[in-house]
Design a protein around this ligand. Structure first.
Ligand SMILES: [Zn+2]
Length: 178
């Protein structure tokens, strides 16, 4: 049966280690480490590098399929099925189809992955813009307090002037984006 081999290839193309880790509940800290689900630990030592998960504690290493296989202690076949189900993938384990159908399946899979990647980038850009707006708002807020003239005779600090000018706009963006 060549179907499992093809399904494995398709699923590997479609579900990254990052996506699987996020879906099955791993939470990564700022340094990119998560608590390993495969051994008992207090310090997070599970990291994803070049598409593979690696645990510096127990030495586990693998991709999304290996991950599910180990996480649920199931066969490779069942791990592939689990990913197909959980990620709603256009892949069938039972019906390998014709070569043409398989090509179409791969194309759909590639298109789906490209679309997901585009959405991820868009969301990241949106988040970056929002954080930049928040940072600007915090900066102007601080300038407005720190550089405010103490008496009418004081010269206007350019930072105070800029903060007055842009604070409301920065606030509006940070509220709107949030
Ligand atoms: Zn581990």
């Amino acid at each position: 049966m060549g179907t499992l081999y093809e399904a494995v290839a398709a699923v590997r193309d479609l579900v990254s280690m990052e996506e699987a880790a996020a879906y099955y509940g791993l939470q990564f800290n700022r340094a990119g480490f998560a608590v390993c689900p495969f051994h008992s630990e207090k310090t997070a030592s599970f990291k994803i590098h070049k598409g593979r998960g690696h645990c510096f504690g127990c030495g586990w290493h693998g991709d999304a399929i290996d991950f599910v296989e180990r996480l649920y202690n199931v066969s490779r076949d069942e791990a592939v099925r689990t990913l197909i189900r959980d990620f709603n993938l256009p892949v069938s384990l039972e019906d390998p189809g014709t070569i043409r159908q398989r090509q179409e399946m791969y194309q759909r899979a590639a298109a789906l992955r490209a679309e997901r990647e585009r959405q991820r980038r868009e969301e990241q850009e949106r988040l970056d813009a929002y954080h930049a707006a928040l940072d600007r708002f915090a900066l102007y807020d601080r300038w407005k307090r720190d550089y405010a003239p103490q008496s009418p005779e004081d010269p206007i600090d350019p930072r105070y002037a800029e903060a007055c000018k842009y604070l409301e706009a920065a606030r509006a963006v940070s509220i709107e984006r949030g």
